[in-house]
Ligand binder design. Structure first.
Ligand code: C2E
Ligand code: MG
Ligand code: MG
Length: 418
């Protein structure tokens, strides 16, 4: 594995998911916290949406004269007003898009507000509880853009309840074996060589085609997540020998929610199913930053046990949680994955560049490796290399792909270095 990767002009692998026409969608953020406005704007703009932010009800209602948003993020408490004021105004204006309530208030209050929205004939999505993750937001927006907005009041659309329901039944998908594991290569940025692959789940739905996790993970409860994680883990362990045989015995990474980490006996599964191969390098489990911070003692205990079995932990989506950077030192991680919202445009955007730099330096000071997620341009890549980032993933190198596509891709590179 000595030859360097040549960077593709455009990604070599076809897009994993169909693209939808997103250019014209408008999203409103009605929230009086600038930090929340910014994070939602960041996520929605990433999908090509136009974003308009308002801190109070009157301004948001007045803006309906100029815009026809397809989605409104609505906080319960606003500057000098509240969500009920917005609901009344939007209801009176005959607003037909979707309303995503969000609040840190107790679930009973939020549910009451949602019901008020329905009484005003608005399409009220299941409420979002603060704090929430950027990835959760991205999933919501992705699902929203891919699915037509259901009409308020269900039957009014002329569709049956079942036809109206765009959710995916993960339980059935698992039972029917429609769940697949795809892989996105991870690149060593110093040697410019393949250094690993992240397992990413997909669902091959018989009617709706290939679906991204955004379509089925947000609704999954803990028991489904346990079954899903087991499926992904065992598939990755079973796929590894083929990749190793092709001359690339690199480490696979698997995404695992913290709640699953404490319930599923991963070390036992790995002990019983790991490849019987001298070069098996162990596994990396990716845990998101926000979840990791919730129960640090538990994470220490689990991490210690996993380490005995060559399983290390990585902190995923780093930079999007609410934690202070310095708290990273309390966590038993071997790797930091810098979220793509920080990596985006880090070649030109000074703020993102300094955040990436700080994350890389911190990781190195704490003896961890740094991985940049979502590298899409050579400008980003050059900046990250100059900062000493160890690894990278992103469409610039390759999109997620099936195991067989990964094998072909590796074979092509092996061919060029022969
Ligand atoms: P993640 O673990 O942070 O994975 C990275 C996501 O970014 C993947 O989306 C990947 O396809 C996407 N990505 C990679 N490079 C680029 C790029 O250059 N540009 C852009 N725009 N996107 C890029 P995907 O596969 O849709 O997964 C989304 C999230 O779903 C994952 O975020 C992870 O949180 C979750 N997920 C995926 N597979 C699993 C799984 O097996 N188990 C669990 N628990 N969660 C999973
Ligand atoms: Mg991940
Ligand atoms: Mg991530």
């Amino acid at each position: 594995m000595t030859a360097k990767l040549t960077l593709p002009e455009s990604p070599a692998i076809a897009p994993a998911l169909p693209r939808t026409e997103r250019g014209t969608s408008v999203c409103f953020v009605v929230d009086d916290e600038p930090g929340i406005q910014n994070i939602i704007a960041l996520a929605a703009k990433g999908f090509g949406m136009r974003v308009e932010c308002f801190a109070n009800a009157a301004k948001a209602i007045a803006a309906l004269d100029r815009f026809n948003p397809s989605l409104v993020f609505l906080d319960v408490s606003l500057e000098g007003s509240d969500a009920i004021d917005v609901i009344r105004g939007f209801g009176a204006a005959g607003y037909r898009g979707a309303v995503q309530l969000m609040s840190g208030k107790d679930p009973v209050t939020i549910e009451e507000v949602r019901r008020v929205g329905e009484r005003h004939s608005l399409v009220m999505l299941p409420p979002l509880h603060k704090p929430f993750r950027l990835e959760k937001l991205r999933m919501l927006i992705d699902v929203h853009l891919k699915s037509p907005v259901p009409k308020a009041g269900g039957g009014a659309s002329g569709l049956t309840a079942k036809e109206n329901d765009t959710r995916i039944d993960l339980d059935a998908m698992l039972r029917k074996n429609y769940i697949e594991v795809w892989y996105q290569p991870k690149i060593d940025l110093k040697k410019m060589q393949f250094a690993g692959a992240e397992a990413l789940v997909r669902c091959r739905h018989p009617e709706r085609g290939l679906l991204s996790p955004a379509a089925f993970l947000p609704d999954a409860d803990q028991s489904l997540m346990i079954r899903l994680t087991e499926k992904v883990l065992l598939t990755a362990l079973a796929d590894w020998p083929r990749i190793a045989q092709a001359g690339f015995p690199f480490k696979f990474s698997v995404n695992v929610p913290v709640c699953v980490l404490s319930k599923l006996p991963i070390h036992t599964l790995v002990r019983d199913h790991k490849p019987d191969h001298a070069k098996w390098p162990g596994l990396m489990l990716e845990v998101t930053e926000d979840q990791a911070m919730r129960d640090i003692p538990l994470l220490h205990e689990v991490a210690t046990q996993l380490r005995i079995h060559d399983i290390l932990l990585s902190v995923d989506d780093f930079g999007t949680g609410y934690s202070h950077l310095a708290r990273l030192k309390e966590l038993p991680f071997a790797e930091v994955k810098i979220d793509r919202s920080l990596v985006a445009n880090c070649g030109e955007n000074k703020e993102n560049a300094s955040l990436c730099n700080a994350a890389i330096e911190l990781a190195h000071t704490l003896g961890m490796t740094a991985v940049a997620e979502g590298i899409e341009s050579t400008a980003e890549l050059k900046t990250l290399i100059a900062m000493g980032c160890d690894f990278g993933q992103g469409y610039l190198f390759a999109k997620p792909m099936t195991r067989d596509q990964l094998l072909s891709s590796l074979a092509r590179h092996a061919g060029t270095r022969a």
